[in-house]
Ligand binder design. Structure first.
Ligand code: FAD
Length: 510
């Protein structure tokens, strides 16, 4: 058994620097040399600003100071996603982080809420989740230890400037001994017998040798695709969107700012996604600007019309011209081939509807550490890594498809296609279980939990024939008493919280 001594990371976008940071922290320079090659001329994709709470695990692994991280990336906090016009025009719902209420007598909370509906109470499911209520109120704080209070379990993620995040992680990685090389890779040397990669070659002739290569080169998949010849699984029949226009706008001034009292506006502590004629538009508030984009399918709208739609639907003045990004939903047939592992856009992409790409980078790194090779590169490890990666993608894909497929919208060719598309395997079963007794089953390693599926299924307008019969373990009166108690505690908790703006100003303003 010979230990890996030279790790070469190709690409310095979010994926490259997250990988460099994690490997530097966990393995350290005494274990292996970590070299990252990037080309400023080529640049990074430069978007990717919304995250999910799992990023906190990554930040803890690195030992980051959260306030410092927020300040240096102009970040804000995120409690979930608001979906506007998705089920039908004029309708909106919220997909929050954290659970609804809590399970009682071993029965899921949502079953009691469904029972409550039959008792003539039409409370929104959002009233039972602190993140959803606080988001509506523009509030935020980190959890505090108060017994039996929803304030002790606040779940949150971040919005941040992806470019600043990569810079932040670069400083972190270099501080731990990672080496950065500026240059454009033009070719690679492979061992003629084994097919293993031996070195990447730069345009000035330099050769960077390695034992393990991590391809973080973005959509082009420089090593995994171009050198190792690994093909791409195209999911466009399920995820037809293949373009995005992205444009930053000025931060909307707050009322207090207009009065000259405060420097910072109250940025919404959530991402907004608005369904459009042939796709959807994101809005991500940062401290210094707002990120916007229209994700669409050019089979249903042309690029110019999509750009016009985006520009007509902004809250504030654009700071530059919109940038067009082309992509294809799907993933590499293999994420790891011989001594090349692809992480980030080089390994695949699903549109950012549920902010999962940065999470997938994190999962790729965690799995690599779990299956870390020696120079023997055991095929069983590689196979397991590939299998886990494909599953991770498939679970997320199914959840995304739900958003498009379950809708009343039929006002454009695009929405008619989405409503009638052939479903991926397994999704129909999820629908059937929900539509009968409102049940949701989370597959073993599935990222999105019951709350997420419930939020989106209810939000998209799905209905159920009856509630889980076991919810009758509590009498009608007890269900009302318990649920109203939970709702009240959540209402009071949100009232207690500071505004998002005040929280940032007090702790982590840029
Ligand atoms: P890139 O940023 O493209 O970086 C590639 C790197 O490789 C660059 O440093 C480049 O210089 C280098 N490189 C390439 N070729 C060479 C070469 N020949 N020689 C040397 N260097 C080379 N994710 C989220 O989690 N949340 C979001 O809200 C979100 N929104 C998104 C919106 C859109 C429209 C898109 C397209 C993506 C979004 N993502 C989001 C995904 C997120 O942006 C990416 O996952 C993330 O930025 C990682 O990109 P990357 O590092 O893989 O690739």
């Amino acid at each position: 058994m010979e230990t890996i001594r030279n790790i070469v990371i190709v690409g310095g976008g979010t994926a490259g620097w997250m990988t460099a940071a994690a490997l530097s922290k966990i393995l350290g320079p005494q274990y292996a040399d970590i070299t990252l090659v990037e080309s400023e001329d080529i640049g990074t994709v430069g978007v990717g600003e919304a995250t999910i709470p799992q990023i906190n695990i990554f930040n803890r692994l690195l030992g980051l100071k959260e306030d410092d991280f927020i300040r240096q990336t102009n970040g804000t906090f995120k409690l979930g996603i608001e979906f506007v016009d998705w089920a039908r025009k004029g309708h909106s719902y919220f997909h929050p982080f954290g659970p609804y209420g809590f399970d009682m007598k071993g029965v899921s909370f949502h079953a009691f809420w469904q029972k409550l509906q039959t008792l003539g109470v039409s409370d929104s499911i959002s009233d039972y989740n602190l993140q959803a209520v606080a988001a509506r109120d523009g509030k935020f704080m980190r959890p505090v230890q108060v017994e039996n209070s929803p304030l002790s379990t606040i779940a949150y993620a971040f919005h941040f400037d992806a470019g600043l995040y990569a810079k932040f992680l670069r400083r972190f990685s270099e501080g731990l001994g990672a080496q950065r090389i500026e240059g454009r890779i033009v070719s690679a040397d492979k061992n003629a017998d084994t097919g293993f990669l031996e070195a990447v070659v730069l345009n000035d002739g330099r050769r960077i040798e390695g034992d393990l290569f991590i391809d973080c080169s973005g959509f082009r998949g420089l090593l995994i695709g171009q050198q190792m010849g690994v093909g791409y699984e195209d999911w466009s029949k399920w995820l037809p969107n293949n373009r995005a226009w992205a444009v930053p706008t000025e931060r909307v001034p707050s009322r207090s700012e207009a009065l000259g009292q405060n420097k910072y506006a109250n940025p919404t502590p959530y991402t907004r996604s608005t369904a459009r004629e042939a796709g959807w538009q994101w809005r991500i508030p940062l401290q210094h600007r707002t990120g916007n984009g229209y994700v669409f399918s050019n089979n249903f709208i042309d690029e110019q019309a999509a750009m016009d739609t985006l520009l007509q639907n902004l809250d504030a003045k654009p700071l530059k011209d919109p940038m067009l990004i082309k992509f294809q939903g799907g993933h590499r047939h293999k994420f790891w081939e011989k001594n090349v592992v692809a992480i980030g856009l080089a390994s695949g992409f699903m549109e950012p509807l549920e902010s999962t790409s940065i999470h997938l980078i994190q999962v790729g790194i965690a799995k690599l550490l779990q299956m870390f090779p020696d120079k023997g590169f055991e095929q069983a490890d590689i196979n397991r890594y590939n299998m886990m990666s494909v599953r991770e993608y498939e679970y997320i894909r199914d959840f995304l498809v739900l958003h498009f497929n379950q809708t009343e919208r039929d006002d454009s060719e695009y929405w008619r296609y989405c409503r009638n598309m052939e479903l991926p395997p397994r999704l129909q079963e999820k629908y059937d279980l929900f539509q009968s007794r409102g049940r949701i089953f989370r597959e073993n390693e599935e990222l999105f939990n019951d709350t997420s599926w419930f939020a989106v299924m209810v939000g998209q307008g799905m209905t159920w024939r009856g509630y889980d019969p076991v919810a009758d373990v509590m009498t009608d009166e007890d269900v009302k008493r318990q649920l109203f108690g939970i709702k009240d505690a959540i209402r009071k908790s949100s009232d207690y919280m500071p505004t998002h703006e005040d929280f940032i100003r007090a702790n982590c303003a840029m």
